[in-house]
Design a binder for this molecule. Structure first.
Ligand SMILES: CC(C)(COP(=O)(O)OP(=O)(O)OC[C@H]1O[C@@H](n2cnc3c(N)ncnc32)[C@H](O)[C@@H]1OP(=O)(O)O)[C@@H](O)C(=O)NCCC(=O)NCCS
Length: 314
């Protein structure tokens, strides 16, 4: 028999195998240590604080999904299935039940940004519920293979001051980010990109809550032109010697003058000096400008995965 049950009735030991498998996949495929993330999930589940549903077949848990409600925004933060269940009717039932539970909270918008390794079945299942699909790419550059190429710090063409990253840059960086993303597909995928406050929250999650690894101030930078902040880059460490580009943005008036390239080269020269092996990043497939910049610099595609958004009128 197939049952959909409340996640609050599931014990952490019943999900331990899911988490071990996820941690292993992230480590092997993405060189990213997410064990902390699942430790946190275990603690929240332990105190019955995780909202979501699980798929029980017979006596076994074969999948689960959890969500977060923030005001009128619902976020489907994760959905995982035991091997062999992806794309099955039972998997679709689990997704529908999770969305149904989310809708009970009366959200005006739902986002589903989680990374999936075998999510090709997800787009039709989400679209059947009225969601739009967006594709994201995980790219990676091998630094250690061309260490010498990256060691040379770049020379700016504009008269600009490149400052090592400091937390005091955060408010200005949020303004730059908001201006840079205006009209980009990222504002459709995530409502946070639409306001300066939302951009600030994204940066705080990276810098203070460390949701994308540990920030490396030395490899991150903020750029000024005649005193005005015009661009920044934030790099994190996601596993020993593995770097991640958590955010980069350039004010629209200063784009297409080589600043994005310069910021990336600066970070790579710092990471090379720190003997890092790789730099990875996540980018939307529709973000043609950013994607081309990364391809030119030699980043390779590692994984593509879909994310979703729903609003009553989309
Ligand atoms: C992605 C982003 C940071 C790139 O910044 P940028 O300063 O415009 O980047 P660059 O100038 O180095 O390179 C971008 C383009 O300018 C071109 N360029 C570089 N120097 C140039 C120059 N002197 N004259 C004309 N064009 C130039 C590059 O060849 C590239 O051209 P292409 O788009 O036709 O391939 C910027 O577009 C941005 O802030 N976007 C919004 C935020 C975002 O998407 N961040 C990335 C998320 S993963």
């Amino acid at each position: 028999m197939t049952y959909i049950i409340d996640l609050k009735t599931v014990s952490p030991s019943e999900l331990a195998q899911f988490w071990q498998r996820e941690v292993q996949r992230w480590r092997e495929q993405l060189f990213w240590d997410v064990s902390d993330r699942f430790d946190t999930l275990r603690r929240v589940l332990e105190r019955r604080g995780l909202q979501g549903v699980a798929l029980r077949i017979g006596t076994q848990i074969e999948g689960y999904a959890y969500y977060i409600i923030s005001g009128r925004l619902g976020v489907l933060a994760g959905l995982d299935l035991a091997p062999g269940w992806a794309g099955t009717e039972a998997a679709k039932t689990l997704l529908q039940a999770a969305l149904h539970a989310l809708w009970q909270h009366g959200p005006t918008r739902i986002e589903s940004p989680f990374l999936s390794f075998d999510g090709t079945w997800l787009p039709p299942a989400f679209e059947a519920q009225g969601f739009l699909t967006y594709w994201r790419e995980f790219l990676r550059l091998q630094i250690d293979e061309q260490l010498d190429d990256w060691l040379e710090p770049p020379k700016p063409s504009l008269p600009m001051a490149l400052e090592p990253w400091h937390n005091a840059h955060l408010p200005e960086a949020a303004e730059i980010m908001h201006a840079a993303y205006e009209g980009e597909v990222d504002t459709e995928m995530s409502a946070l990109y639409r306001t300066v406050g939302g951009c600030r929250l994204i940066l705080e999650q990276i810098l203070h809550q460390r949701n994308s690894g540990v920030p490396i101030d030395r490899a991150s930078a903020f750029v000024r032109h005649r005193g005005e902040g015009i661009g920044f880059i934030v790099i994190t460490e996601i596993a020993p010697q593995q770097g991640h580009l958590a955010q980069v943005a350039v004010r629209p008036a200063y784009q297409r003058q080589g600043l994005g390239h310069l910021l990336l080269k600066y970070s790579l020269s710092q990471l090379a000096a720190l003997e890092f092996n790789t730099l990875s990043l996540l980018v939307s497939r529709c973000n043609a400008r950013a994607l081309r910049l990364y391809q030119v610099m030699g980043f390779q595609a590692i994984l593509a995965f879909p994310v979703f958004a729903w609003e009553p009128d989309i």
